[in-house]
Design a protein around this ligand. Structure first.
Ligand code: FMN
Length: 171
């Protein structure tokens, strides 16, 4: 897919086909995550790719709106250092936001759908993922082939009007 098509075709996919993602495609998606820019290039992140069905089902229990993780072909846990420092946390979160979009666009390029999930039960996520005490799971990104319809550019996305959000020269 062209970049512009991938940007327009990406949407949250919350129902996935049973078929797995080819290993090479998952590798490419993870490589896109690794190539993401980060503040001062610190790359403070780590990614846990989960593909075992039973572990995916367990992982779906970390948040009330994470049910789609259970049926995904793979879910990538975005892990950051545990920190009480507000500035540090903001930076880690910003970096992981960019990682999320890298993953989602690389997936869309391959015709693979993706869906965010927050993490409510940090202790459960830590246990399933085997994280050490100095790491926390900030987000989950589920990926898999869409069960509803293939990804295709969306003509009229559910977004505020361009004139409502874009200001030229000043607010
Ligand atoms: C920070 C963030 C957290 C989100 N958390 C969840 C979530 O926990 N569960 C979920 O199903 N979707 C989640 N979403 C997906 C949004 O609901 C979705 O991106 C938004 O409604 C726009 O829809 P689209 O992605 O299909 O364009 C999250 C999105 C973002 C950016």
């Amino acid at each position: 897919m062209e970049t512009w098509d991938a940007i327009r075709a990406r949407r949250n996919v919350r129902a996935y086909e049973e078929r797995p993602i080819p290993a090479g495609d998952l590798d490419r998606i993870l490589e896109a995550a690794r190539r993401t820019p980060s503040s001062m290039n610190q790359q403070a992140w780590g990614f846990v790719a989960v593909t075992e069905r039973e572990r995916l089902r367990e992982l779906a229990g970390v948040w009330r709106y994470a049910a789609h993780v259970a049926t995904s072909a793979a879910t990538i846990a975005l892990v950051m250092p545990a920190s009480d420092d507000r500035d540090e946390r903001e930076t880690f979160q910003y970096d992981l936001g960019q990682v999320t979009m890298s993953i989602m666009l690389a997936a869309a390029d391959l015709g693979i759908g993706s869906g965010h999930a927050a993490v409510g039960d940090q202790a459960l996520a830590r246990r399933i993922l085997g994280l050490p005490d100095d790491r926390e799971c900030a987000w989950l990104v589920a990926v898999g082939y869409p069960a509803d319809r293939p990804l295709a550019p969306i003509a009229r996305p559910d977004r505020r009007a361009i004139e409502d959000v874009v200001h030229l020269e000043d607010w």
